[in-house]
Design a protein around this ligand. Structure first.
Ligand SMILES: [Zn+2]
Length: 276
């Protein structure tokens, strides 16, 4: 990178980590507080965005029936993903997925799977709280579970699934491939609507009027037209301990994540146009 004719900078050499250090950037650490202050709702403990969609679907279509246990639901997800890659848990497509090494020794010998194996259940542990922050699913003051329009929109990006199939207790490899086609963690890349909604959530384009959370399409259109408010709200920790308003949170998400956009030049052009 050339800053001036006399100064050139470059990236330092990448060092591969040999540890299982979680949250290597320290976004989650309390002493830095970056996640809580700027990118709330985005977990840096795990890498995979499809888990948000997964739980939106579960809470929208399977939770109420109470016939599908959350752990069993995640087991079907693990099996479907493994089936998509013929049991190759070490496949790059399954990297950083929870329980991706299940059946690594006996996948080829098995024809079917019952849901009596154990998993860590981390898919739910790490994402439940984020679903609440993104106003998808939460428990209200009276203990009742609430779901928003956002949750339904996100869940419906998996509308190719049949909820009834999650009640099966035993699944053959063929059933996994046929009934849960498109469910694998890697398939998010072929589901543009899912990417759209997750992007709008993570970049802070949702609002809450009359107690109903929804994607904020007008605000998103404004942003895409180049109207960007780069002003950060008060960045000091809130003295009273209460969380910033939703509007403030969204502004912080947008402006923080904006720094990480790959297509920086195009967006910088946009800013300069909008501030001309
Ligand atoms: Zn896959």
């Amino acid at each position: 990178m050339l800053i001036s004719p006399n100064i050139a900078v470059d990236w330092s050499q990448k060092v591969e980590s040999t540890s299982r250090l979680l949250d290597a950037l320290g976004l989650w650490s309390h002493h830095l507080n970056i996640q809580e202050q700027f990118t709330i709702g985005i977990t840096s403990v795990t890498y995979r965005a499809r888990y948000y969609t997964l739980w939106a679907y579960y809470y929208q279509y399977l939770r109420e029936k109470e016939v599908v246990d959350a752990n069993d639901f995640e087991k079907v997800f693990v099996l479907s993903s493994l089936a998509h890659h013929d049991g190759q848990g070490a496949s790059p497509s399954l990297a950083h997925m929870f329980d991706n090494h299940k059946f690594i020794n006996d996948w080829d010998q098995r024809d079917s799977f019952t849901l009596d194996f154990k998993i860590g259940g981390f898919g739910r542990v790490y994402y439940n709280r984020q679903m609440e922050v993104f106003r998808c699913v939460w428990t209200d003051a009276s203990g009742e579970e609430r779901r928003s329009k956002i949750n339904k929109q996100l869940a419906d990006t998996l509308s190719f699934l049949n909820p009834e199939n999650f009640t099966l207790r035993s699944l053959s490899k063929d059933q996994l491939k046929e009934f849960f086609k498109g469910f694998c963690i890697c398939c998010i890349s072929k589901n543009p609507k899912e990417i759209d909604i997750l992007s709008q959530l993570m970049f802070g384009f949702f609002s809450e009027t009359d107690g109903t959370a929804d994607i904020d399409n007008p605000e998103f259109s404004e942003f895409m037209d180049g109207n960007i408010d780069l002003e950060f709200a008060d960045i000091s920790p809130h003295k009273t301990g209460e969380r910033p308003t939703l509007k403030e949170q969204n502004s912080r998400r947008r402006n923080t994540l904006f720094l990480f956009l790959k297509d920086g030049n195009a967006n910088l052009n946009r800013i300069s146009r909008s501030t001309d």
